[in-house]
Design a protein around this ligand. Structure first.
Ligand code: ADP
Ligand code: MG
Ligand code: ZN
Length: 496
């Protein structure tokens, strides 16, 4: 049996207004005219000088601190030399020997059912600490677009992205399955979003993964030869490419063949990894300290200021939600994944303290998310305010409406933005709890269906549900289900 060893390198664009070493704005690549946000510095003209963007350093420190890293009081920018048409200077300014920060940690939570579903039941569920090796600052490259027309081959270069601040976050090889790697990626994405450092919008390419994968016999010490899968732009691609690569390497091991250390790409259409080039060694890049930039010195006071300004982080919120609201780990996990969702949930609770947190959590993550997913609506354009949802849940809790009615009402609130109260009034949806009224409906249903009553009395007990359905139909779904059930049971006993 083989086990997989995975280390992730994550590149996150830092959401600053301007680029890392010049004043050009950071623009949305999918919107802006190509090469519209470019100057002599980021297009690599000779004689220009870089200037460090302080905000990018601050954001980098936010992430490093949130990951519990040690911050290097002095870090050094270095030139990483290589030629590629998207890199006009012929080198990338990065950090190498002395990165901004190191020795951090990120917690992930693996869930048993999901692991079993993925055929990874041998992995222990539960919390796991993944060590972060280093966090460093660098600049992004430009973007190439290659024509796919073989009769007319060309490549386009867009330098809008050249020089955009990037944070590289490198994990230790602590991950043991594609699932864990995905969870780590998701946890990191959530954290970056909490910190306001990165939108997490993977379709726009602002967050990219590289997966380093090797396999070894279970029980074996030391690490096997790894391959590196470049440029993974979705969690699906991340998970699938690793699964493929693990299988490929395991097969090589089984056949006694060596794994070659190399850089791979992921072919989305064929769902296979393909070798791109031999893995470059450090020497190939001829790293040396960037002569145009002084060492980056961050003073202790600034670090402390940033530390104090950090918001409550996902892990802390996860624990608080379980303690304060007595939510399950599952519910807490879903709610804290997105800070806006967590805030929304808490605002519902504040507006309806009499409603249990569990009920509120169910309605937010169940019904409301369902409607939002269906309509493709995000929280920012949601018409149902937390106070409005609280209003609905109060009516449900107070038994003024039953659950099916509440669902119908929420769907209307979602479409039109009215309050639950006004919808219930306008449509006369208030729940019928009046015992006499319900008793009348029950006896009418029983009177109209003497055959079913006989069958029921002869032992066909499943008909109780059918009677229940008939009464609810007569009540247009508005009857209090418990009162109907009790009344049905009472009258059926009397028939005996
Ligand atoms: P480089 O900068 O050359 O890509 P590093 O040695 O800094 O390489 O490692 C990059 C990533 O590869 C890290 O996330 C690390 O955890 C991971 N890694 C290193 N060795 C292995 C291995 N044998 N198997 C899996 N991952 C590995
Ligand atoms: Mg690498
Ligand atoms: Zn520029």
């Amino acid at each position: 049996m083989y086990e997989s060893i995975i280390g992730l390198e994550v590149h996150a664009e830092i959401a600053t207004k301007s680029k890392m070493f010049c004043g050009c704005p950071v623009v949305d690549l999918t919107q802006a005219e190509p090469n519209s946000a470019v100057c002599p510095v980021c297009s690599g003209m000779p004689g220009t000088l870089p200037v460090v963007n302080q905000r990018a350093v601050e954001y980098g420190l936010r992430v490093a601190l949130a990951l519990g890293c040690e911050i290097n009081p002095v870090s050094i920018f270095a030139r990483k030399n290589y030629f590629y048409p998207d890199l006009p200077k012929g080198y990338q300014i990065s950090q190498y020997k002395q990165p901004l920060a190191r020795h951090g940690m990120l917690r992930i939570r693996t869930a048993a059912p999901r692991l079993a579903a993925l055929g990874q039941a041998d992995i222990q569920p539960g919390e796991r600490a993944v060590r972060v090796r280093r966090v460093h600052l660098e600049e992004d490259t430009g973007k190439l677009t290659h024509s796919d027309d073989e009769t007319n081959p060309y490549s386009l270069v867009d330098l809008n992205r050249a020089g955009v601040p990037l944070l590289e976050i490198v994990s230790e090889p602590d991950l043991r399955s594609p699932e864990e790697a995905r969870l780590y990626g998701e946890a990191l994405r959530n954290l970056l979003r909490y910190l306001g450092v990165n939108s997490g919008d993977m379709q726009k390419g602002v967050l990219r993964f590289e997966a380093n994968v090797s396999v070894r016999l279970i029980g074996e010490e030391g690490l096997g030869t790894r391959t590196e899968i470049k440029n993974l732009n979705s969690f699906r691609a991340l998970e699938r490419s690793m699964a493929y690569e693990i299988e490929r390497q395991s097969e090589l091991h089984r056949r006694g063949k060596p794994v070659i250390q190399q850089t791979m790409g992921w072919d989305e259409n064929r769902q296979v990894t393909v070798p791109q080039r031999g893995k470059e060694e450090e020497e190939d890049y001829r790293y040396f300290p960037e002569p145009d930039l002084p060492p980056l010195v961050v003073d202790e006071k600034w670090i402390e200021e940033i530390r104090l300004s950090l918001p409550e982080l996902p892990q802390a919120k996860f624990q608080r939600f379980q303690e304060q609201y007595e939510l399950s780990a599952y519910d807490a996990d879903v709610l804290v994944a997105d800070q806006e969702v967590a805030d929304y949930f808490e605002a519902v609770g504040e507006a309806a303290p009499e409603v249990s947190a569990k009920l509120a959590a169910n309605w937010v993550t169940g019904e409301l998310f369902g409607l939002m997913n269906q309509a493709g609506v995000g929280l920012s354009s949601l018409k149902v305010s937390p106070q409005a949802l609280a209003g609905l849940l109060k009516m449900l809790k107070g038994k003024r409406i039953n659950t099916p009615t509440a669902k119908t009402v929420l769907a209307e609130m979602f479409d039109g933005g009215q309050s639950a109260e006004s919808i219930v009034e306008a449509k006369g949806l208030s729940q019928i709890s009046d015992a006499d009224h319900i008793a009348n409906m029950v006896s009418q249903v029983l009177d109209e269906n003497p055959e079913q009553v006989t069958k029921y009395l002869e032992g066909k007990e499943s008909l109780a549900n059918w009677f229940f359905g008939q009464v609810m139909r007569a009540a247009k779904g508005k009857a209090n289900p418990q009162v109907v059930k009790d009344e049905l049971a009472r009258q059926l006993v009397l028939k005996n």
